[in-house]
Design a protein around this ligand. Sequence first.
Ligand SMILES: [Zn+2]
Length: 320
Amino acid sequence: MLKSQIQAKNRQTDEFEDEEKLVCPECGSEDVVIDAIRGERICNQCAIVLKGRIIDEGPEWRAFNTEERDRRSRVGSPTTFSVHDKGLSTIIGYENRDSFGNKLTASRRAQVYRLRKWQIRTRVHSSTDRNLAFAMSELERLSSQLGIPRNVKETAAIVYRRAVEKKLVRGRSIEAMVAATIYASARVRRVPRTLDEISSESHISKKELGRCYRLLLRELYLNIPLASPIDYLVRFGTELKLSGMCQRKAAEILAKAKESGLTAGKDPTGLAAAAIYIAGILNGERRTQREIAEVAHVTEVTVRNRYKELVKKLNIAITI
Ligand SMILES: [Zn+2]
């Protein structure tokens, strides 16, 4: 389907609000759901937010319990103390009185003030350090399981630190945030992994991964390029032990497919898989549809359908 057709289809659904399924413009998935909290249409397959009518942008703050929610919902000055510091009042009271209830002298007050400040600093820092240390070891573990290249891992470490600085990890699982960070960084570096792959290796649900990923996008203003089927070629080609020449051939096929408008709204991994299948045959390095489907994490049916389509529409002569 062409992008314009998809947009038209999406627009139509906007107007009539019928049961018709929406199609993700990026990966072609029909698994599009509405996030009730933010009122956004999101794709369950690649976690992007679909453009279109947004019902409610939702509050910019997050509340961690009902008390906090009530407090923050009210119009007025923002709350001063985060959960971190709140616990401190039990160590050094915020009332400027000693334990007998007498008012403190000015110099004593200054001393207590300094003590409080240092307590806050050490407490916040040590919890941040603990969080980071755990997150970095988790990043290391998951990256090696997924065979993530070093540059992606480094980008992920930077993104994660920024997430910690902006307190995005607070109230969320570190493992989920690390996994989402890897997903985002692999896309930034143009060696994307699918949400499915990361979900199955990290044992974090796709839903939670998607939620964390969108939070990173929103709050850290990450610039994520659209996933292109060409981004997957080198990885699939390497895993299938295909020559560089064969991978280049696959890239050529994809470039032609794009020119002819055959790629919009199609799953990029399926397209890459089909291009590799064709290039393998043309180059005398044939791999079975099954082998390719396994590497690409798509079904054999997808490989077959995309392959037939490409061969037919691009007039590629194939003899098997
Ligand atoms: Zn999608």
